[in-house]
Design a protein. Structure first.
Lengths: 106, 476, 628
């Protein structure tokens, strides 16, 4: 089996992952819509996942890929709960703009 | 039989009182009297050489014991507690009190915690009892106090946080000592060889806890307002017994654990205490509220007691123990006097009283005896305490005795002034019924105790001297 | 036997006091009789013990039990009956009996009749404790106890607040002295590890060193302050004139004859200590002489009959202290006794007058009473002659002895004391002339009321007058029974080196008599010949006004001491308390402010939280991986 890393080098994966992560971070920081922020979190998660997979291949060690499965499962659970909360919030106040969610201030 | 019985009586008694509904007051009184009888019995046992202490392992890690001391010093203060508790309970029989069962249960619980503090000889246990005593008085003062809820909440919460914060320093000191000794047992802490620097900080930490509790100038600001706002029963418990916890702890814990520091810092702490004596007397002169007045007179008295303990002489310490008891008797009686006047005139302002003596001869006579006991007239127990205290101080430095002795003059000044304003003068237009049987009994018992011990203090001397001698050797 | 004597002596007055206190209402007028009997029994017991001690020559000493335990010694609840204490017992209980008897009539009809006798008996009890205690602290019980009784009795008519003020003042001023007493006790206890007179005496017999002498000086000075408080010497004398607010028998018993002599008793008791501290003795002599003169000048112009007698008492006490200062203890004691006789007589006489006048005490409203009250007049006259120093009455001998000692020791003080004696003669006769001579100046109603007092009051007067006349016999110059009697007590007894009656002594005696006659003559010419009556208050002016207002000493004390104390109290209460309290609250406020500021970060803006979160992560990463 051909090692994919021979076609595209490990450094490219790292760059892509960093770029994706940064996109996620900036998205989180700049957007106010909770759903989009969720998606940004998913991008960040997946950038990490991708890096894990890439290194897993690089080191010829499967445990990295096992990690990714766990992460995806957790992410799925998180999204399920998170979206449910968002729906509940939307039903209550008719918006999911995080600037309107300030009830938890000290 | 040992001292655990006494503590259990009070604790179970508190529970029983809580569940006894309408007859709570009577149950509480019976429990109080029972504990007093037990205490007398224990003292007799102890005097015959029976060990009434108790020691058992509580936890292995950390190494904590349930250790209760059965020596004369602790027992003498337990005697004070168990004598005053039933009297305090009895004194409130004629006051309107809501939710009697909770109230009296708290009073007994507090007596339990205070007796525990006097008996505990394991630092951890002692600390638990010490803090435990704070909880009932907090509720008693907050829920049954005078004035509006908001007004008293401010005073009571200040009192709670202030004394609690002080105690935390003591906790830190205990934890440090535990690190060193690997045990909280009093004897192990005595046996520690601490450097003078360590002793210095431990002394200071203990001092903060005790100075706030006693209180010593300038840590007294909680006192007057708390005494004023608390119900009379609470004030009696606070002034009669609880502030003795601090004084007792100086003798039992602070000085023997850090004797070197006690010697070094002696001047500072004695001067602070003596400032309290003069300062409290001066303020007492200008108080119009009788409860605040007694609060400041109390500040002056306990200042002298604290000075006596810090003199590190046997006479000073023995005088301090005498005076703790004597002050306990007198201040409880005096607060009860204030309550008796309040029941009839609905006022605590001294200026609104006056002209009572002719109407209530028995009351006036007892009040007069208490007034003179408070100023330490020879023949009263307070004189023996005051004399020993001042004598102990004079052995250190004659000027301490002179400054402390000004309390003799100033005390007479403010007490007689108060007595004159509140009792003498043209017969008051408002009628003043003389003492009821219960009121007469409570005041009578206290007056008899004061006069008897004033002429014949030997039983008490025999009780406390051995333990004080032991502590003195530890200091040396 | 010895214990029984002591217990009898102590318990009878105490029981009398308790009985009249608790059963006073039921007993009614019988309470006066019971109280009188109680004191009389004490007197009888005193006489018995007097003869016992005289015959055996050894003092009776009884320790009942250990009272206070101190580290190095115990203070026992013990009693000592020796020559000195028995002497005091005799005249305290003797005069006490007379005054009790007098009071049964004087206080009749008072609503607190029984209570009065209860207090009087309690006073006798404490006085007995004071003089019979075998150590200084036992004396202190009595010392403070008589102060308590004095407080109770001065403020006996407690509905009048100015009387209560006087009572309070007396107690507080005494307490200033008491602190001095205690300090003296502390120093003595520190030096000797005991408070027993006998043991201290023995310790001192073995000699002292310089260090001990210095401390002894401070001790005696402190004790003297105590004595000055109790015996009304400068600067603590102002309570005694005010103490006249009490019923007149009280003034006679407590504030003239017995309690105020406690200071002299104490110094005589400790004569062996005072002898070692000459500089304190000098202070005592000077203070005594100044007090004698100072009080006499004030006494010259007072119009209240009891105030005159009060200042006279202060002045006479000053003379006694002067004698003490010269180390002539037995002479001071002699004067104490004669003074007790004639001053009690004078006070009781004035009580009789006040009784007749329906409570009036102002001499300007009296006059001519001689016609109405002959017994009172004659006894009063005898006592007045005695106090003025006319031979052969009691006062002549004792006062003359004091002046003689003063002349030998210090001429200036002798001069002061002599002037005071002349003044004494003047103001006493002024008193006599204004009350008993010329015409009655009161209202018609009072005049109708005038009467001689009942026999319960006149009998004590007569007895005391007789004693004032013959009392001098106990210590005649040259052949003094008293000096011999006190020999065991007083270490440097004058009897052991009796001064010879030489020419100078006779000249001094003549001078003293002459001085007294001058004083009397002045009073005669002013109040009988010129028939002057002291002016009403508003017309008094100049130095007369200063004297009349007692040199404004009370006002000065008020301004300099009492007011500043109150001001300081107010200052502490209003400012220092506030500051201290604010500091505590301030600590709370700091926590509060910090949390308020911290709260602003928690504004609920998720964007901000996320920004802080990302920034924090970046910073941590930078710190952990790059900066290091």
């Amino acid at each position: 089996m051909v090692n994919v890393l021979e076609i595209i080098g490990i450094d490219s994966y790292i760059y892509l992952s960093v770029i994706l992560f940064c996109i996620g971070v900036f998205g989180i920081l700049y957007r106010r819509n909770a759903i989009i922020m969720f998606m940004c979190i998913e991008i960040m998660l997946n950038s990490a996942n991708m890096l894990l997979v890439a290194f897993s291949t690089y080191h010829q060690d499967a445990s990295g890929q096992v990690f990714v499965f766990f992460t995806m499962a957790v992410a799925a659970a998180e999204v399920a709960v998170g979206l449910a909360i968002l729906v509940a919030i939307f039903r209550n106040i008719g918006s999911i703009d995080i600037d309107n969610l300030k009830n938890l201030k000290g | 039989m040992n001292v655990t019985i006494l503590l259990l009586t009070l604790l179970i008694g508190a529970l029983a009182t809580y569940f006894s509904g309408k007859s709570a007051a009577k149950v509480a009184l019976i429990v109080g009297v029972a504990s007093f009888v037990e205490c007398i019995f224990l003292i007799c046992q102890q005097q015959q050489g029976v060990n009434v202490g108790f020691l058992a392992q509580w936890m292995n890690t950390p190494n904590i014991h349930i250790a209760l001391n059965g020596d004369g010093l602790g027992l003498s203060l337990v005697l004070l507690t168990t004598l005053l508790t039933p009297l305090i309970i009895l004194s409130s029989f004629e006051s309107p009190i809501e939710k009697k069962n909770t109230f009296y249960a708290l009073v007994l619980f507090m007596a339990f915690a205070m007796a525990g503090t006097f008996l505990a000889s394991d630092g951890f246990l002692y600390y638990i009892f010490w803090e435990l005593a704070l909880i009932p008085i907090y509720f008693i003062a907050l829920l049954w106090g005078n004035d509006t809820f908001e007004a008293r909440k401010k005073a009571i919460i200040k009192f709670f946080i202030y004394t609690f914060a002080g105690s935390l320093f003591m906790l830190v000191a205990f934890i440090y000592l535990y690190q060193k000794a690997g045990s909280f047992l009093l004897q192990d802490l005595y046996d520690l060889n601490l450097t003078s620097r360590e002793q210095y900080w431990i002394f200071i930490a203990f001092f903060l806890a005790y100075a706030i509790k006693i209180p010593i100038f300038p840590f007294h600001t909680w006192q007057a307002s708390t005494y004023e706002k608390a119900p009379t029963v609470g004030t009696m418990l606070l002034s009669g017994i609880m502030l003795k916890m601090g004084l007792y702890s100086i003798i039992r814990w602070q000085i023997p654990i850090a004797p070197q520091a006690a010697k070094e810092l002696m001047t500072t702490v004695i001067v602070l205490s003596l400032i309290g004596v003069v300062y409290g007397s001066f303020i007492a002169l200008k108080q119009s509220n009788i409860k605040r007045f007694f609060a400041y007179s109390s500040l002056a008295h306990v200042g002298l007691i604290a000075a006596g303990t810090y003199s590190l002489t046997l006479d000073g310490m023995r005088g301090a123990v005498y005076q703790m008891l004597a002050h306990g008797f007198v201040i409880v009686a005096l607060f009860f006097v204030a309550e008796i006047i309040f029941r009839r005139y609905e006022t605590r302002l001294i200026n609104e009283m006056g002209g009572i003596r002719q109407q209530a001869v028995k009351f006036a006579s007892l009040f007069l005896i208490l007034t003179f006991a408070s100023v330490g007239l020879p023949g009263t127990f307070n004189f023996i305490g005051e004399f020993s205290l001042l004598f102990g101080l004079s052995q250190v430095n004659i000027w301490y005795a002179i400054i402390g002795g000004t309390s003799i003059i100033l005390g007479a000044f403010y007490m007689l002034r108060m007595f004159q304003k509140s009792m003498l003068g043209e017969t008051n237009s408002k009628p003043f019924a003389d003492l009821t049987k219960i009121e007469g009994f409570v005041l009578g018992v206290l007056v008899i105790a004061i006069l008897f011990l004033g002429v014949y203090p030997k039983p008490l001397t025999d009780l406390i001297t051995p333990s004080l001698v032991e502590i003195m050797t530890q200091i040396k | 036997m010895d214990t029984n004597i002591i217990l009898l002596l102590l318990l009878i007055p105490l029981l009398g006091s308790l009985a009249t206190l608790f059963f006073g209402k039921k007993l009614g007028n019988a309470s006066g009789v019971i109280a009188t009997l109680a004191v009389f029994i004490s007197f009888v017991v005193s006489v018995i013990s007097f003869f016992q001690v005289q015959s055996t020559g050894t003092p009776i000493q009884v320790d009942l039990f250990n009272w206070i335990a101190l580290e190095n010694f115990n203070i026992s609840f013990g009693f000592l009956l020796d020559q000195l204490s028995i002497l005091w017992l005799l005249f305290v209980t003797g005069i006490g009996t007379l005054i009790h008897l007098y009071s049964t009539s004087y206080m009749k009809g008072d609503e607190n009749y029984a209570k009065f006798f209860s207090y009087l008996n309690l006073f006798i009890f404490f006085m007995i404790v004071l003089v019979t205690g075998s150590n200084l602290l036992m004396m202190f019980i009595g010392w403070e106890g008589v102060g308590l009784c004095s407080y109770l009795l001065i403020g006996f008519w407690h509905k009048n607040q100015s009387y209560n003020d006087a009572a309070k003042k007396a107690f507080i001023m005494n307490r200033i002295g008491d602190l001095g007493f205690l300090i003296g006790v502390f120093i003595l206890a520190f030096l000797f590890q005991t408070l027993d007179y006998m043991t201290i005496k023995e310790a001192l017999m073995q000699g002292t060193n310089h260090q001990i002498n210095m401390w002894l000086g401070w001790a005696t000075l402190a004790l003297f302050i105590g004595a000055a408080g109790k015996s009304a010497q400068i600067p603590l004398y102002t309570w005694l004139p005010d103490a006249m607010a009490g019923p007149t028998p009280v003034s006679a018993l407590i504030h003239a004859a017995t309690m105020v002599t406690a200071g002299i008793f104490m110094i005589t008791r400790l004569n062996f200590v005072f002898d070692l501290t000459p500089w304190v003795q000098d202070i005592i002599a000077v203070v005594g002489a100044l007090t004698a003169l100072f009080a006499a000048t004030i006494g010259l112009v007072q119009n209240d009959i009891k105030k005159v007698l009060a200042y006279s008492t202060v002045s006479q006490l000053g003379l006694m202290f002067m004698a003490l200062g010269f180390g002539a203890y037995e002479i001071a004691v002699f004067h104490v006794i004669t003074h007790a006789f004639f001053k009690a007589c004078l006070f009781l006489g004035s009580g009789s007058i006040i009784h007749a006048m329906g409570g009036e005490q102002d001499m300007r409203k009296m006059g001519g009473l001689r016609k109405f009250m002959s017994v009172t007049y004659i006894t009063f006259l005898l006592a007045t002659l005695a106090i003025s120093g006319i031979p052969p009455l009691a006062g002549f001998f004792s006062k003359d002895e004091i002046l003689m000692v003063a002349f030998h020791e210090n001429k200036i003080l002798w001069f002061l004391a002599a002037i005071a004696s002349v003044m004494t003669a003047f103001y006493m006769f002024r008193l006599l002339y204004l009350t008993f001579f010329k015409d009655f100046r009161g209202t018609q109603e009072q005049k109708n009321h005038l009467h001689e007092s009942p026999s319960a009051m006149t009998i004590p007067l007569i007895v005391l007058a007789i004693l004032s006349v013959i009392g001098g016999a106990i210590s005649l110059p040259g052949a003094s029974w008293l000096n011999n009697y006190l020999q065991p007590i007083i270490v440097n007894n004058a009897a052991s080196n009796p001064h010879i009656l030489g020419t100078s002594e006779y000249i001094l005696m003549a001078l003293a008599i002459l001085g007294a006659l001058i004083g009397i003559g002045l009073a005669y010419s002013k109040y009988i010949k010129k028939n002057t009556v002291p002016p009403i208050d508003s017309e008094i002016s100049g130095f007369h006004k200063v004297l009349y207002n007692k040199y404004y000493v009370d006002e000065i004390y008020m301004k300099l001491i009492v007011k500043p104390i109150y001001a300081l109290g107010t200052f502490f209460r209003d400012y220092v308390e506030l500051v201290l309290s604010e500091i505590v609250f301030g600590l709370g406020k700091i926590a509060d402010t910090l949390s308020l500021q911290g709260k602003k970060a928690q504004n609920g803006n998720i964007g901000l939280y996320l920004f802080a979160f990302v920034f924090g992560i970046c910073f941590l990463l930078y710190y952990l991986f790059i900066a290091r």
